[in-house]
Each structure stands twice: as C-alpha cells, then as structure tokens.
Design a protein around this ligand. Structure first.
Ligand SMILES: *[C@@H]1O[C@H](CO)[C@@H](O)[C@H](O)[C@H]1NC(C)=O
Ligand SMILES: *[C@@H]1O[C@H](CO)[C@@H](O)[C@H](O)[C@H]1NC(C)=O
Ligand SMILES: *[C@@H]1O[C@H](CO)[C@@H](O)[C@H](O)[C@H]1NC(C)=O
Ligand SMILES: *[C@@H]1O[C@H](CO)[C@@H](O)[C@H](O)[C@H]1NC(C)=O
Ligand SMILES: *[C@@H]1O[C@H](CO)[C@@H](O)[C@H](O)[C@H]1NC(C)=O
Ligand SMILES: *[C@@H]1O[C@H](CO)[C@@H](O)[C@H](O)[C@H]1NC(C)=O
Length: 264
C-alpha cells in the first residue's frame, strides 16, 4: 500500500529524480562540538526516559503542547518532527543577473513529539543544535525507506528515532513519508499555502545562511493518517545567497526545521 501510493505519487512527475535521503554523518562533526552535542542529546534522552517513569502521560501529551502556529479550527496535533537535510537550488549560468531558484529539499525526520511536549524550551533549541552535524548521502535509496534508514539516529547515542523522510515528488509537491516508522503517522503530499519570514533571531546555517521562511502546507488528495496541515517552523539555515554570483548550476544549503503535523 505504502509503496504503491508512493510510486504513484512519484510517477506523476519524472522531472524530479528519485530522492537520495541524507543521513547524519557523525564523523563530520567538529571534534570539539561532538561532545557538547552528544551530551545535549543524551540529556534529552534521559529526560524523556525519566518522564516515562515519573508521569509519562501528561508530559508527553500532544494536546497540551503550545503550538508555534495555530492550525485550522478542529485539527489536532499528530506529530512533531525535527527535519535535518538540505534545501536545493539552481542557478541559470547563462544569465549574469539570474537569481537562485528553489529546487526542492530533502531531509530526514526525527521524532520530537515528546521533547516539545515535555520540554518546550529544549524543543526550541533542536534546530540550531542539529546544525552542528553534517550530512552524508545514502546513495542507493530509491522509492521506499530501507530498514537501515529507520535505524539512523541524530547523534551517535541520541534518543531521537527516525519518524520519516521529507522530499519533493515534483516542483510544487513537498512530500512527507512517515509510514515506515514504528508510529505510522501517515503520508502527506502537500502544497504550499502560506509563507512567513523566519524571525530575525532565527539560527543561521553553517556558512551564515539566513533561516528559510516558516511555512504552512496543506495536504493534497492522497494523504493518509488523517493528515491535513503541516507547519514548518523553528527553521535554521537553508536560504540561498542573494544572487547566483560564483554559484554552480545546482547546489544545496544545509538546513534544519521543525515540522508540525495536524489532522483529525
Ligand atoms: C560541513 O561540511 C562543510 C563542507 O562541505 C564544511 O565546510 C563544514 O565545516 C562542515 N561542518 C561541520 C560542522 O562539520
Ligand atoms: C513519537 O511520535 C508519536 C506520534 O507523534 C508520539 O506518540 C510518541 O510519543 C513520540 N515518541 C517520542 C519519544 O517522542
Ligand atoms: C535573468 O535573470 C533575471 C533575474 O531572475 C530575470 O529577470 C531575467 O529575465 C533573466 N534573463 C533571461 C534572459 O532569462
Ligand atoms: C505536482 O503533483 C501534484 C500532485 O500530484 C499535481 O497536482 C500537480 O499538478 C503537479 N505539478 C506539476 C508542476 O507537475
Ligand atoms: C490556504 O488554505 C485555506 C484553507 O486552509 C484556503 O482557504 C486558502 O485558499 C489557501 N490559500 C492558498 C494561497 O493556497
Ligand atoms: C538535491 O536533491 C536531490 C534529492 O531530491 C538530491 O539527489 C541531489 O543530490 C540534491 N543536490 C543537488 C545539488 O542537486
């Protein structure tokens, strides 16, 4: 079912190549930040474990979470994911005044539901902290998420598990595949509904790139799991340079963001 849905979503467009999903390459982290970041994620894992023993139900209750952006009336929060990947851009090298054009994105999604529910202050730090890690590509992934992808972790000993993958099925369809993980949250082909510049204070990227805008996405027909709206918030990095000067025809900019999934 999942594979066939996904295949049909992909077959409508041959313009976008099959996605190559990123994985976190812990070896690429600077030695001095590795310990700091590992400690940080270990602390999160410990806190989430503690909350399970002490008072699990209320602290991980998504209905009590303060939402960064209110969804449409009647929708409930289904999942919060930390997305870590790249925004892709193209530049028309034959045009001296061309501007970078967005060309999709690809990101790994990590389950952040309990963290934002129990520790909103820590939740707000997830995107900037995850920018400390570089990505490496899993070259052979085609239309479905292999078991190895689901075993991926955000830091060497992180408590955050993969909840899915984000990529584009055509130039206007950001897609979220979140059916392969333990939580089976659903699949969501989306369309952009609204865009708001990230706050001035939002974290910059690894080379000082501005944070990409916050977005409201609405699901297209074919979404499963009752998913209806997806909000991209708490962004870090990911923006293209102002002009194409000195840029290649195709390039990637590292980014992180939280994706909030709502449905009924
Ligand atoms: C990530 O990789 C880029 C080169 O692709 C390098 O310039 C940068 O320092 C790396 N960042 C980290 C945190 O390892
Ligand atoms: C993972 O996501 C699901 C669905 O949002 C949630 O019920 C579960 O508590 C999450 N687990 C963690 C550890 O965040
Ligand atoms: C070159 O790029 C500029 C800026 O995007 C655009 O306005 C212009 O139409 C382009 N020229 C050609 C010949 O494509
Ligand atoms: C992209 O895919 C969506 C969903 O299948 C479709 O509605 C839309 O027309 C497609 N757009 C382009 C530019 O191919
Ligand atoms: C955004 O979504 C609302 C419904 O949620 C719809 O009424 C509106 O037309 C959409 N706007 C755009 C620009 O897609
Ligand atoms: C852009 O994204 C695709 C996945 O859709 C990836 O395969 C590709 O390597 C990325 N980078 C560039 C520079 O095109």
């Amino acid at each position: 079912m999942r594979a066939s849905l996904l295949l049909s979503a992909l077959s409508v467009s041959s313009v976008m190549a099959a996605p190559v999903l990123p994985e976190i390459n812990a070896n690429s982290v600077h030695a001095d930040s590795l310990k700091q970041v590992s400690d940080y994620f270990n602390l999160l894992a410990v806190k989430v474990q503690q909350s399970k023993f002490e008072n699990a139900v209320p602290t991980c209750d998504l209905s009590k979470v303060v939402m960064p952006q209110a969804p449409s009336f009647g929708l409930t929060l289904k999942h919060v994911a930390l997305g870590r990947g790249t925004q892709n851009y193209t530049c028309d090298l034959s045009n001296a005044t061309a501007l970078p054009v967005a060309n999709g994105a690809v990101a790994s999604l990590f389950n952040a539901s309990c963290i934002v529910a129990a520790y909103p202050d820590i939740g707000a730090m997830l995107s900037p902290v995850s920018m400390n890690f570089n990505l490496s590509n899993l070259a052979s992934i085609a239309q479905s998420l292999p078991p190895s992808f689901l075993k991926q972790t955000l830091a060497p000993t992180s408590g955050m598990a993969v909840s899915g993958a984000h990529y584009f099925t055509n130039s206007t369809t950001p897609f979220f595949n979140m059916d392969a993980s333990a939580w089976k949250i659903g699949e969501a082909p989306c369309a952009k509904n609204n865009s708001t510049p990230a706050p001035e204070a939002a974290a910059k990227g690894q080379k000082g790139e501005k944070a990409v805008p916050w977005l409201k996405l609405v699901t297209r027909p074919g979404a499963t799991g009752g998913l209806q709206e997806v909000y991209r918030v708490e962004t870090a990095g990911g923006s293209a340079p102002e002009t194409c000067k000195g840029m290649p025809a195709e390039f990637e900019v590292q980014y992180a963001a939280q994706y909030w999934f709502y449905g009924n």
